[in-house]
Design a protein around this ligand. Structure first.
Ligand SMILES: Nc1ncnc2c1ncn2[C@@H]1O[C@H](COP(=O)(O)OP(=O)(O)O)[C@@H](O)[C@H]1O
Ligand SMILES: [Mg+2]
Length: 341
């Protein structure tokens, strides 16, 4: 796992002669979030999560890099804190827990002339084989390979909760978003697509630093909600923020989320078999954690609930964008086409 010592290497690829991130500044200035590939800086979308936009910048220097744009910061202090958390999170996962993550870096620029808003770009090695990302794999292989994938994901996530268990006393806890789209299978061959229990995984979703020291989050939780329309933020903060954040620190919840996602991926028929893998794992390889088996009913209930929250959220964001268009304000976030659920 060669990651240490790489910090900073990527940044030289996006600096101009005066040491500025000129290409990111230009990108910020010209980015059209409804049509991100049509701006002045040629980019190609690699993916998006519920909140972030992930793309490559089509230039010689940057061609093997993935950029995750987080346009959510109000001050240098805030963004620097986030970058420290991000670097530490990557280090914790990769070096301390031996969960491999791609080499990474971070750079920020002011997103507007008044220097009020800041966009952070988390930079990673680009995954060279898009087919090797979990949410693509599960549509290319049969149930036995998907079961293997879930088993090896269980083994990776166990590293986190083993750490958490042994650090309860000193108050250091690590969170993880176990969703299938956050895992990449190394050496996956789309021409002979298979996942075995010896396959190696890479975890890519590191831009949200999730660790706590004595109950204090490395990231400001409220940043999570920055993509929410202003009129919704306080509601979300009141009712959902703690619940949403805590979920990533609870192994059972993380796995429920992982399995329930097969509904969204239109593969509900796989769920019973995958639940068997998970529950079998809990009573064998993780028996010291005393985790209660997850039931099908819980998965279905969770999915309906989660779906409701996110559909609402996305629809509110569309409405918010509509309002901003009317009032000619810049809309900061990319809105995916209606996600099929
Ligand atoms: N390094 C990368 N190379 C190629 N594609 C990536 C990379 N990182 C992320 N992606 C794509 O973008 C998607 C979202 O990225 P992720 O880091 O999981 O952000 P989010 O927090 O929004 O889920 C991934 O599922 C993947 O399809
Ligand atoms: Mg993700």
């Amino acid at each position: 796992m060669e990651m240490k010592g790489k910090l900073g290497v990527f940044l030289s690829k996006i600096k101009n002669e005066s040491g500025e991130y000129e290409i990111l500044q230009l990108l910020e200035k010209s980015l059209d979030t409804t049509n991100p590939e049509k701006g002045e800086v040629p980019i190609k979308l690699l993916g998006f999560g519920e909140i972030s936009l992930v793309f490559e910048i089509l230039s010689d220097k940057t061609k093997n890099l993935a950029f995750k744009r987080l346009p959510i910061f109000d001050s240098e202090e805030q963004v620097n804190k986030h970058i420290n958390g991000y670097n530490e999170y990557n280090r914790l996962l990769n070096d301390d827990l031996q969960i491999e993550v791609p080499p990474s870096d971070a750079a920020w620029v002011y997103a507007d002339k008044k220097m009020k808003k800041i966009s952070l770009y988390c930079i990673q090695d680009k995954i060279s084989q898009p087919e090797s990302i979990g949410n693509k794999i599960i549509h290319q292989v049969g149930i036995d390979d998907v079961k293997n994938l879930i088993l090896i994901i269980m083994r990776e996530t166990k590293k986190v909760w083993k750490f958490n268990k042994s650090n309860v006393d000193n108050g250091k806890q690590i969170g993880l978003d176990g969703q299938i789209s956050n895992w990449v299978v190394k050496n996956f061959d789309p021409k002979d697509p298979h996942v075995t229990i010896d396959s190696k995984l890479v975890y890519i979703d590191t831009s949200t630093p999730m660790f706590r020291i004595n109950g204090e989050d490395a990231m400001e939780g409220i940043l999570f909600l920055k993509s929410a329309p202003f009129f919704l933020r306080w509601i979300l903060k009141l009712f959902f923020l703690d619940e949403v954040l805590d979920r990533y620190y609870d192994w059972r919840e993380v796995i429920i989320d992982l399995i329930a996602n097969f509904h969204k991926e239109q593969l509900p028929e796989m769920i019973p078999d995958l639940l068997n893998v998970v529950n079998e794992f809990f009573v064998s390889e993780a028996k010291e954690f005393n985790i209660e088996p997850i039931t099908l009913k819980e998965i279905d209930k969770y999915y309906k609930n989660d779906k409701m929250i996110w559909v609402l959220f996305q629809n509110f964001r569309r409405f918010d964008r509509f309002l901003k268009k009317i009032f000619r304000k810049k809309y900061d976030f990319y809105l995916p086409d209606k996600i099929k659920r």
